[in-house]
Write a protein that binds this ligand. Structure first.
Ligand code: PMP
Length: 311
C-alpha cells in the first residue's frame, strides 16, 4: 500500500495518524529587498503532530511494518535517531501500542529526550564525542545481537523513508507551487528528504535543481550528518545523482537566520536556518526563480541549546 492509502486505512482506528502531512507552504520574505525576483517558500513541517519532518517517513515505515506483522507481540522497534525521528517513533509507537527503543547521541537536546520519554519509549545513549555515526554502529550491534527481540527499522536504509517524501511532501510542494518551483534546497540527515523530494521533482520536470547544503562544522546542527570526510557513513538511501550541487553552509549564519525566521513567525530549529543560508547563497547567484526549502522542526525543541541565546 502507498503512503496515503496506509495512512487512511489506519486513521480511522488511530485518528492522530491522520494528522501527518498536508503542511502549509509559506512565503518567506527575508531576502525580498536583496533579490526581488526570487520567490522563497518554506514547507512548515512543525505542523506535524510530532513537530518535525520525520513524522512522514516514520509513519510510513511503522505502518508498513505493522501491516506486515513485524511489530506484533513483544517485539521492540529499534533505531538510531538524532531526536526528531525518535520523537516520531515514540508517539506513533504509543498510538499503535508498539514498544520502541532509540539509540541517540547524548548531546541531543533535553526537550527531545523528554518528549521521547513522554510517549513511553526507551532511550539508549551513545557518547556524542564518538560522533553521530557511533549511534548508527551501536544500533546495528544491538539489533544484530537479538534479531528475534528487535525489529530494526533502519531509517538510513529503509526505502520507505525516501518514498514518504516522494509520495507526500514532494506531491504537496508541486500542488502548492502549482508546479512553478525551480530549485529545492535541503540538507542530509538520512537523505530521505532530499532523495524523495528530489526524485519526484526531477520526474515532474528534470530542469528543477536540487541543491544540497552541508554545514561547515560538526557536531553543530542537530539532524544533519557529516558527509565530506571519506570515513563518514553515507546513508544507503541517499541518491547522490539527484543532487545538482553541494553548498557549504555557515553554521553561525544559519543560527542567525533561524533567529530572523523566528521574528518572521517561522519558529524552526537549527537546520532550518542552515537550509535558509543555502537559500540565501543560491538566491544571490540565480537572481530569479522559485526556491522551496523546509522548516524541519519546531524551535521550542532548542530552548536548552544556545540557539536563542542572543535574541
Ligand atoms: N533537520 C532536522 C532537524 C532533522 O531532524 C533531520 C532528520 N535527521 C533533517 C533535517 C534531515 O532530514 P533527512 O533525514 O530526511 O535527511
Amino acid at each position: 500500500m502507498g503512503f496515503r492509502e496506509l495512512q487512511q486505512a489506519y486513521a480511522e482506528q488511530f485518528p492522530a495518524v491522520g494528522l501527518v502531512g498536508q503542511t502549509p507552504l509559506v512565503r518567506v520574505d527575508l531576502f525580498r529587498d536583496e533579490f526581488p525576483e526570487v520567490e522563497v517558500y518554506a514547507k512548515m513541517e512543525p505542523f506535524n503532530p510530532g513537530g518535525s519532518l520525520k513524522d512522514r517517513p516514520v509513519l510510513y515505515m511503522m505502518l508498513d511494518a505493522f501491516e506486515r506483522g513485524e511489530l506484533s507481540g513483544t517485539r521492540t522497534l529499534i533505531d538510531s535517531s538524532s531526536g526528531n525521528a525518535g520523537i516520531a517513533y515514540a508517539w506513533i509507537g504509543g498510538v499503535l501500542g508498539v514498544s520502541v527503543k532509540l539509540v541517540i547521541p547524548n548531546n541531543a537536546s533535553a526537550e527531545r529526550k523528554k518528549r521521547i520519554l513522554s510517549h513511553g519509549a526507551e532511550i539508549h545513549f551513545t557518547n556524542a564525542h564518538d560522533g553521530y555515526d557511533e549511534a548508527l554502529r551501536e544500533v546495528r550491534r544491538l539489533a544484530h545481537s537479538d534479531p528475534d527481540r528487535y525489529f530494526f527499522c533502519d531509517q538510513y536504509a529503509n526505502e520507505l523513508n525516501w518514498r514518504a517524501h516522494y509520495e507526500s511532501t514532494a506531491e504537496e510542494i508541486l500542488e502548492q507551487t502549482e508546479g512553478r518551483i525551480t530549485h529545492f534546497v535541503a540538507g542530509v540527515g538520512t537523505g530521505g528528504t532530499i532523495t524523495g523530494i528530489g526524485r519526484r521533482l526531477k520526474e515532474h520536470d528534470p530542469t528543477i535543481r536540487i541543491e544540497c547544503v552541508v554545514p561547515d562544522a560538526f557536531p553543530g546542527v542537530e539532524g544533519l550528518k557529516p558527509l565530506k570526510d571519506p570515513n563518514d557513513i553515507v546513508p544507503a538511501i541517499l541518491d547522490r545523482d539527484v543532487i545538482d550541487r553541494m553548498w557549504d553552509a555557515d553554521v553561525d549564519r544559519g543560527w542567525e537566520l533561524s533567529q530572523s525566521m523566528a521574528r518572521a513567525g517561522l519558529f524552526g530549529g537549527q537546520s532550518s536556518g542552515v537550509y535558509m543560508d543555502g537559500v540565501r547563497q543560491l538566491a544571490a547567484e540565480i537572481k530569479k526563480g522559485v526556491i522551496v526549502t523546509i522548516v524541519c522542526d519546531i524551535g521550542e525543541r532548542y530552548m536548552s541549546t544556545r540557539l536563542w541565546d542572543s535574541t
